[in-house]
Design a protein around this ligand. Structure first.
Ligand SMILES: [Zn+2]
Length: 285
């Protein structure tokens, strides 16, 4: 049977894809592919967020402290669309770029957004070499630039050229507003209140649904002025259990509670999943 032998490999591929897809949907029973799904990933002491848009784009913002993040992404990114359209690395500290090389090795990356800072670490130089090796289109973030990814917009609010030369690397983080129609998330990396003030002064922000809390809930960040400027419905702290920095600071946690903002933490809630149609949104788990 010459003909069936020819189609046998395709049939085997089809069957394995069907089985694999069932496996994925068992892991993600609540992920409606017609909505934009946002996952704040439980990566321990660090930050990593994955956004799968309703119009089928993949965005990753920071990659946690270790290559383990790629296991989580492998469970979430659809097997038929593994291209990461935009990878944002807010700043080169290990708790934000620890899994980046692994992700670059495992997924095709269309664009990477970095900061143009001088920072020396073995992890960061080997990451930069890996980016060059994979010939990934690299853009350096500056306040004022916008990136359109299908129906989503990533608006960079910081760093300004001034802030880029700040001696505290945390302050050079890419702060950006992710918007899918009327749904907005503020990502702040590890910026301090000093940079929050610059953002407040320079930008009028629409009503923000979610704030990814700056610097893992440290008291260097999340001033009352910044919280009342954004008025988020949810605040998400990405933090490791019993971390050695004692993040988050109690007074920062109290600030959100006093402002009646629902606070979620990856050390308590594990992976945090929201979905939105661009006008309303909900917490899935
Ligand atoms: Zn950090």
């Amino acid at each position: 049977m010459k003909l069936s032998a020819r189609f046998l490999p395709s049939l085997a591929l089809l069957v394995s894809l069907v089985i694999f897809n069932i496996y994925i949907y068992q892991l993600q029973p609540n992920a409606n592919p017609n909505l934009t799904n946002v996952y704040f990933l439980n990566v321990g002491q660090g930050d990593a967020t994955y956004i799968r848009t309703a119009d089928q784009y993949n965005i990753v913002i920071d990659t946690g402290p270790s290559p383990k993040v790629s296991n989580l992404l492998n469970q979430l990114i659809p097997v038929w669309d593994r291209d990461i359209d935009l990878l944002i690395l807010t700043h080169p500290h290990a708790d934000h770029i620890g899994g980046a090389s692994q992700i670059i090795d495992q997924f095709p990356i269309r664009n990477i957004l970095l900061t143009e800072v001088d920072y020396e670490s073995q992890l960061y130089s080997s990451l930069l070499e890996n980016i060059t090796r994979h010939d990934i289109k690299t853009t350096y973030a500056l306040a004022g630039s916008n990136f359109n990814i299908g129906e989503s917009v990533v608006k960079v609010l910081s760093p300004t050229p001034d802030i880029l030369s700040d001696s505290d690397l945390n302050n050079t983080s890419i702060a950006n507003l992710y918007s899918y129609h009327d749904f907005d998330i503020m990502f702040t990396g590890d910026i301090s209140t000093k940079v929050e003030e610059v953002i407040i002064k320079n930008y009028q922000i629409p009503e923000t649904e979610i704030l990814k809390v700056g610097h893992h809930g440290s008291n260097t960040s999340s001033s009352e002025a910044f919280i009342s400027y954004l008025q988020p419905k949810y605040a998400v702290i990405s933090v490791g259990q019993n971390n050695r920095y004692n993040h988050p600071t109690e007074s920062v946690v109290a600030r959100f509670i006093n402002a009646v903002i629902e606070l979620l933490r990856t050390d308590i809630n594990s992976n945090i999943h929201f979905s939105t149609d661009g006008s309303s949104f909900k917490l899935i788990n």
